[in-house]
Design a protein around this ligand. Structure first.
Ligand code: ZN
Length: 114
């Protein structure tokens, strides 16, 4: 897959050695994963243009970007099909153009399930 090789921020995570932001990292060869207050998986990716100032970014958005081969816009929302926020497999993720569309979809799902 040509695209993956052109996607440095996805693969350079483990090669970064600047321990300033996260001095407690124990296994430098592994991806830094943490769960944020909303229950989503964040990974350390300071190279990403849309990462948080802490260098963290939502993993499900990265997975979707990898699938699409482009960066997501701020308006786009990635939804977890099975509702499990930490299940970031490609097949569990769905992209919406805006949070409005996402909200409508979730409301519809709720109606269907009741
Ligand atoms: Zn959703």
């Amino acid at each position: 897959m040509k695209y993956i090789h052109n996607y440095p921020y996805f693969w350079n995570l483990s090669s970064r050695t600047s321990g300033k932001k996260f001095p407690n990292r124990k296994k430098p060869g592994r991806k830094q994963r943490r769960i944020n207050t909303e229950g989503y998986v964040m990974i350390l990716c300071p190279e990403h243009p849309n990462s948080h100032f802490t260098g963290l970014i939502l993993e499900h958005r990265l997975v979707m970007e990898k699938k699409l081969g482009r960066y997501l816009t701020k308006e786009e929302v990635v939804h977890h099909i099975n509702g499990i926020k930490t299940d970031n497999r490609t097949e569990n993720l769905m992209l919406f153009k805006s949070s409005a569309e996402h909200t409508i979809y979730e409301a519809m799902q709720r109606k269907l399930n009741t």
